[in-house]
Design a protein around this ligand. Structure first.
Ligand SMILES: [Zn+2]
Length: 72
């Protein structure tokens, strides 16, 4: 399972886990500039610099802990 602090890739318009193009039921993950998972609330990143929200496909979303992802 992916959880807070784990590292993911920042792929434009593609899943942060598998790099495939995401479909309609995609999710978003909040990443820092170094690519590790932050809390979805931007004011709760413990001083780490946000790099914004990156897409995760519906299949890969099943590999994340609850509370990490937000619906796109
Ligand atoms: Zn994926």
């Amino acid at each position: 399972m992916y959880t807070f602090g784990d590292y993911l890739n920042m792929n434009d318009n593609a899943c942060a886990v598998c790099a495939r193009k995401v479909g309609k039921n995609s999710w978003l993950v909040h990443l820092s500039i170094s690519g590790n998972i932050l809390h979805p609330a931007s004011d709760a990143d413990a001083g780490q610099v946000s790099q914004g929200f990156w897409p995760v496909g519906s299949e890969c979303a099943k590999k994340f802990d609850a509370g990490v992802l937000v619906k796109n």
